[in-house]
Design a protein around this ligand. Structure first.
Ligand SMILES: [Ca+2]
Ligand SMILES: [Ca+2]
Length: 400
């Protein structure tokens, strides 16, 4: 990593320090997008819904009270409310501010599992023990939607971009597709082995979790299937994508959530607080720009112009930006070289206290500042003060 100290332009790399930790985890080429998507997971074998940060740090989002609560399907509506189906009864609604209520429609539920909203706010429920899909209108009234003879223990469902509904049928090893008018056709059956989870990527490809043969299959909109992932999977169940196109998989068999990049590279995303994780939903946050690529998003970055590799504080400011060689950031010139070095020392201490620099790195930065000419009085009739590399500001800059 390049570590930058101030010079007259504030951007030249004059010292290299390795092992410096940025204040944020992402080190990306700018401009980039920072993401804070949150992953919610229902636990089939307990009464909790877990919430995970983008780094996989988990906490209990909801634990059932005196009621019988066994969460299954999860989904968000367009307003950002989270819905969770209860295996025993009801569909819970969690608003972003923490208010909990029951979705009004409960009639006919018989071990509800996967749930999903269509584009106009109707809620569809895989009513597994009745071999049907229920549709609840936004006011909560319900009616059976799907051809019941095409479904057997429907476990999950998802909409494609055109509004067609796809239902995973582990009982028949099929995926059935329903048009908005309710016309059903067989979409896929080849290679399916107890398909229990479905999700669409932004390209309209359907991903299917095969619980028995431990694979994730990918189907093009035309229905051409291939194996997307087959490593790290142990009774995979629910699927969901984040805003960056990563796929999260609930591994029911080993109590983990696996994460796959769009190219299919897998890793363990989370393993705490999980007890037969079943379904997943991702709260996708709006994209936040990080124009200078220092890992601090524009809305809090007070120092534009830092770059990938700059060590910056939580406000997105590097030491070079906070303590410019040309003079205090508040304006004017340094009164002396000592004033400049003192400012560097104060800033290095603050960065070290925040865990951004090691003591040895801080010493190196202070040493470089002490050897510089920043803040020294003019020595030439052309005027100006010395910059970090012994160049005078003004016309002599260009004589190197
Ligand atoms: Ca930034
Ligand atoms: Ca910055």
């Amino acid at each position: 990593m390049d570590f930058r100290l101030p010079d007259s332009t504030g951007s030249r790399v004059i010292k290299r320090v390795t092992g410096v930790v940025l204040c944020v985890s992402a080190i990306l080429a700018g401009p980039v997008v920072a993401r804070a998507d949150t992953v919610y997971v229902s636990n089939w074998s307990s009464d909790t819904i877990m919430r995970f940060t983008p780094d996989g740090v988990g906490s209990i989002f909801y634990r059932g009270g005196s009621e019988s609560f066994r969460p299954t399907g999860l989904t968000f509506d367009s307003a950002g409310n989270l819905y969770a189906a209860n295996r025993y009864s009801g569909i819970y609604k969690f608003t972003p501010d923490g208010t909990i209520s029951l979705f009004p429609g409960v009639l006919g539920l018989n071990y509800p599992r996967g749930i999903a909203f269509d584009s106009v706010g109707n809620l569809f429920v895989a009513n597994s023990y009745s071999d049907e899909v229920l549709r609840f209108t936004p006011d909560g009234s319900a009616f059976s939607f799907a051809f019941r003879n095409g479904l057997s223990y429907p476990n999950d469902l998802a909409f494609d971009p055109a509004g067609n509904l796809y239902v995973a049928n582990p009982g028949l090893n099929t995926i059935v597709k329903f048009t908005p008018e309710g016309q059903g056709t067989l979409f896929a059956s080849n290679g399916l082995s107890s398909p229990v989870g479905v999700a669409f990527d932004r390209g309209g490809n359907l991903y299917v979790a095969n619980q028995v043969n431990n694979t994730i299959q990918k189907f093009t909109p035309e229905g051409v299937g291939s194996v997307f992932a087959s490593t790290g999977l142990n009774a995979p169940s629910g699927l969901a994508f984040d805003g960056a196109g990563n796929l999260y998989v609930a591994n029911t068999g080993d109590d983990t959530v696996q994460k796959f990049t769009p190219s299919g590279v897998g890793s363990v995303f989370a393993s705490t607080g999980l007890n037969a994780p079943a379904f997943i939903a991702v709260r996708i946050e709006p994209e936040v720009l990080d124009s200078d690529g220092d890992g601090v998003s524009d809305d809090v970055d007070q120092c534009p112009g830092s770059g990938p590799g700059d060590v910056v504080n939580a406000s997105g400011c590097s030491i070079a930006q906070l303590v410019p060689c040309s003079g205090p950031a508040s304006g004017g010139n340094w009164k002396s070289h000592g004033e400049y070095v003192s400012a560097i020392v104060r800033t290095v201490k603050a960065f070290a206290a925040a865990g951004l620099l090691t003591p040895a790195e801080g010493v190196a930065v202070i040493g470089a500042a002490a050897r510089s000419n920043c803040g020294k009085p003019r020595t030439s009739a052309t005027g100006g003060r010395w910059d970090m590399e012994g160049r005078r500001d003004g016309s002599s800059k260009n004589s190197r």
